[in-house]
Write a protein that binds this ligand. Structure first.
Ligand code: MN
Length: 296
């Protein structure tokens, strides 16, 4: 099943070129704030994966190309992200550490955006904003102290994820927290449809030029390891999102660019980049110095 959020907080199931509106079936109020309906829906689907099966036959539907796709889980408990999780990206960043012994960071929920939303660049003279092509792993059944062996019981599905970042050496979260710096979409494809998640091809293009191409089998810390590490520290809840880490080929984007990300058996989305007007802060006053030695 492919579960999307669309238009103004509606929820739908993708059926070929249509989207079946299950908002009322799911008991979701699109006007609710905070928008925790999709988070609760994931928890319910974990216990009752077939809850829509009968209703899907008669629920109203729309043409997929005519809807605005929003980020599928706008209000998770947390977005967990693993830095330096591909050896080739570590080499390009001159990083001597790896996710296995460095751990993870968090991105704020407010940085989440969807397939139809632009990435809005802050106005930071002398700085570059880079794309990072990542697999988004959406937690289903929550838990603490999840073992590597049990990881599949806890993963609900997958999505394309862009971990946008202001390059630099300042606090990682500050550089990665701008609004729209975490596009997730175009929908969640449930784990049963994705199959072997430890062998998925992912690609990223900027303006149709291939920039990143990798397979999840090359992750330094694999999905089982990410679930184990995150849950050793924190309780994972339904709807939590894990960003896998990026392979080599990161690079700058500017206003007018289009970032396209495609993940095999998961989905594909094209996200526009626009230059915004705000976002300056003393943190980014000094120019970016590309890595020449190990980066902290
Ligand atoms: Mn990243």
């Amino acid at each position: 099943m492919k579960i999307a959020r669309f238009n103004q907080g509606r929820v739908g199931v993708i059926d070929d070129d249509r989207i079946i509106d299950v908002t009322s079936l799911a008991g979701i109020d699109p006007a609710e704030w905070p928008e925790t309906g999709p988070t609760k829906l994931i928890a319910r689907l974990v216990n009752n994966p077939g809850m829509f099966d009968e209703a899907l036959k008669s629920a109203p539907s729309l043409l997929l190309k005519e809807v605005r796709l929003q980020t599928p889980v706008p209000w998770p408990n947390k977005v967990i992200a693993f830095p330096v999780n591909y050896h080739d990206h570590a080499a390009e960043m001159k990083a001597t550490y790896r996710a296995t012994h460095q751990g993870f960071f968090l991105k704020p929920n407010s940085s989440l955006s969807g397939a139809s939303d632009p990435v809005v660049l802050p106005q930071l003279p002398g700085r570059e904003v880079h794309h990072e092509c990542e697999l988004g792993i959406i937690i289903g059944k929550g838990g603490r102290h999840i073992t590597r062996e049990a990881w599949k019981e806890h993963v609900f599905g997958y999505a394309c994820l862009l971990d946008m970042v202001v390059r630099g050496k300042e606090e990682r979260v500050t550089r990665k927290a701008y609004d729209s710096f975490c596009p997730v979409g175009p929908w969640i494809t449930t784990a049963d449809e994705v199959g072997d998640a430890e062998n998925i091809e992912m690609k990223l293009w900027v303006n149709d030029e291939l920039k990143q191409h990798a397979n999840t089998r090359d992750l330094v810390l694999n999905i089982a390891g990410m679930v184990e590490m995150a849950s050793a520290v924190m309780t994972l809840y339904p709807g939590d999102i894990i960003a896998s880490g990026t392979p080599a080929g990161v690079g700058p984007v500017v206003g007018g660019d289009v970032i396209r990300i495609a993940i095999e058996r998961v989905g594909e989305m094209s996200v526009k980049v626009v230059q915004g007007h705000g976002g300056r802060t003393d943190v980014f006053e000094s120019a970016y110095v590309p890595p020449t030695a190990k980066q902290g």
